[in-house]
Write a protein that binds this ligand. Sequence first.
Ligand code: SF4
Length: 317
Amino acid sequence: MSSIALSLLDLEVEENQCFEAEDYQTRVGKWCAGCGDFGALNAVKRLLAKEQLQPEKMAFVSGIGCSSRFPHYVNAYGFHGIHGRALPIATGLKLARPELDVFVVMGDGDCTSIGAGHWIHATRYNANMTVLLLDNNIYGLTKNQTSPTTPMGHKSNTSPRGAVLPALDPLQATLGISNASFVAQTADWVPAHLYATLQAAYEHPGFSFVRVLQRCPKFTPDVFLANVKDPDLTELLVHENGVDVPGLHQLYKSRRVHDPKDLDEARALAQRKDMLRLGIFFRDDNIPVYEEVRARTPVSAEEKVRRLNKEFDRYGV
Ligand code: SF4
């Protein structure tokens, strides 16, 4: 049976209706107690309410994984796609309907393994969409298999003696892709930072890649535990063009002013493993988006039909 599912709106929209955050949720998320996906959903709902986005003018696209249930819980158009393919689906949607706000939700197995090729090219295409990588360092839905971001030594069903390879770093990888325009990292256990980062990602005109460190109490309960317990192990990247939440200053004493325009420093910071860093690593709002690049050479419907017929004629008897 195909796993592709298209969800339509449950909400009847009235003219000039004012939406509260709860208006954007269709049902209670079916995630384990304590799962970080709940925090991500809450932050997204707050963003949608802040922006007063019309449910019929946005779409959530996902692949396969625990976090990919997202479209079922948001009152918007939704496309629960197939494993690793959320980004090409979302890119096609954005090209066909550029006026829609498009959000993509993927897990680490989904994006950085089977979907890795799409991740590279979608970043390079720079279509205008907000992309959440909910990274819990494990395949959760299929019950505990090592993913590319699983820390070396972590035991799982597929690596009972511990993962043997160094973990892939999604920040370093994305910052190395030509034409990357927005790369950020945040964490589900710092909700104010998560919300502010999503806000900045939404405002960015281009492909906004946000890695959300996401707790999975079921299969990777320890991987972020030290950082959750001790804020001194985390450094916030702050800048007027980045994210700075004054309410976090008391708890997070370690802060670094980082201009997100500086790609070399962004790459250097992503490479360093002395501390966990949250914030916008890189941002360039002037890189052309793919839907506009494509629109520069418009082709009429008649011309498309003529070209298609010509192509078919090549194979005619
Ligand atoms: Fe969340 Fe992990 Fe449970 Fe999946 S397995 S719902 S990621 S806690």
